[in-house]
Design a binder for this molecule. Structure first.
Ligand SMILES: C[S@@+](CC[C@H](N)C(=O)[O-])C[C@H]1O[C@@H](n2cnc3c(N)ncnc32)[C@H](O)[C@@H]1O
Length: 357
């Protein structure tokens, strides 16, 4: 079908232009926010708010001219407030939560960091479209590993101990009494450490094939005072050691694996009788049309740039994608030997499945 420019509907064009301009503004706002985070500018502004660019420069030692332009961009974005009468900038409580409250579930800085990582990695990602090759997790900008942890950790802190684990049949009681747990694809170990803190009678094994992440997890566990009931090891999901785990968890990692069926089969072979697999995956409907909204756009975009390339870089290279949905995930788990799969909990961004053999 050929398209003629005279078929363009002016009203629809204007509407789409407006949307895309907003997107361009957002992409630049995100970069401003990322720079502000790296230089600690939002926290500095919060401390002396309201402040002029000169006052912010004096308190941070940064260049006043750059700060003035950065503050102006932020004010235009609605990320900071500007008072024309005094020429001063400030942060509202809500702006402070989004831009300057590390660890708050609504703080977006980790999210921005993860987005920046894929901008940095763009040349490699464009190339894999041509070659059809994968891009291993380890070959991404380190921004991705830190951003992922910073973004996910507060979500886990809010839900894991108080909502998700109690939603599993009989698991909380086992953890309180003393259970063996494996956390597969644990990354920086934020989920492993939260569980280890909450259930000191249980032992937690964090497994991931990315060595720098495991080193980070070990440091984090020491700092959190849970080194005695956590063990972190560099190993793939299909080869991790040990048997008789009462609980195996996989947080936002199954779809990144090359062989999710093989990994889940290995999980099945390491569970104790009556053991449980808790699978946490990005929330998604079962069809593309159910996922056509901003959150779906975010997930499909990360999936294009991180999850599918990670999976294609491994053996089998299934490329499940970050928007697989419950039906497809259940098929994967059934194929791996899990006969009982049910939805245990959801958040707007997470789907939590309980699987038993
Ligand atoms: C999106 S990150 C999630 C990390 C962590 N679970 C979290 O929620 O913060 C995916 C993790 O899966 C790990 N991973 C991917 N494929 C793996 C495999 N085949 N075996 C072990 N780890 C794997 C990556 O190294 C990465 O740490």
């Amino acid at each position: 079908m050929t398209m003629h420019l005279n078929e363009v509907d002016a009203g629809k064009l204007e509407q789409l232009q407006g949307k895309v301009i907003n997107d361009v503004a957002g992409s630049l706002g995100l970069l401003m926010a990322y720079i502000g985070d790296k230089l600690d500018l939002y926290s500095a502004l919060l401390e002396i708010s309201p402040a002029s660019s000169r006052e912010l420069a004096d308190s941070t030692g940064m260049d006043e001219r750059y700060l003035r332009e950065w503050l102006s961009a932020n004010a235009a974005a609605g990320y900071v407030n500007y008072d024309a009468a005094s020429g001063k900038f400030s942060l509202s409580p809500e702006q402070a939560v989004i831009f300057a409250s590390e660890g708050h579930p609504a703080c977006m800085q980790g999210f921005f960091q993860a987005v920046m990582s894929v901008y940095i990695d763009e040349p490699k990602l464009t190339e894999v479209f041509r070659s059809g090759q994968g891009l291993p997790w380890r070959e991404h900008s380190p921004c991705l590993f830190c951003g992922t942890e910073r973004f996910f950790r507060p979500m886990y802190a809010m839900n894991l101990i108080d909502v998700w684990l109690p939603a599993l049949d009989g698991v909380r009681e086992k953890l309180e009494a003393g259970a063996r747990v494996a956390d597969i694809g644990c990354g920086h170990g934020s989920s492993t450490i939260l569980m280890a803190k909450a259930f000191p009678n249980s032992t937690f094994h964090g497994f991931d094939f990315h060595e720098p992440s495991i080193e980070h997890a070990r440091e984090r566990a020491r700092a959190a005072g849970v080194a005695s009931n956590t063990i972190f090891e560099v190993v793939t999901a299909k080869e991790y050691p040990g048997k008789n785990y009462d609980l195996v968890t996989i947080f936002d990692a199954l779809h990144d694996m090359g062989d999710p069926v093989g990994a889940a089969s290995h999980v099945a072979s390491t569970l104790a009788d009556g053991g449980t697999l808790m699978l946490v995956e990005p929330f998604a409907g079962d069809s593309l049309e159910e996922n056509l909204h901003p959150l779906g756009q975010i997930y499909y975009s990360f999936s294009t740039m991180v999850c599918v390339p990670a999976s294609k870089s491994q053996k089998v290279g299934l490329g499940l994608g970050a928007q697989a949905g419950q039906k497809r995930l259940t098929e994967v788990l059934n194929a791996a030997g899990f006969g009982q799969v049910r939805r245990a909990a959801t958040t707007p961004t997470n789907l939590v499945l309980e699987a038993k053999i």
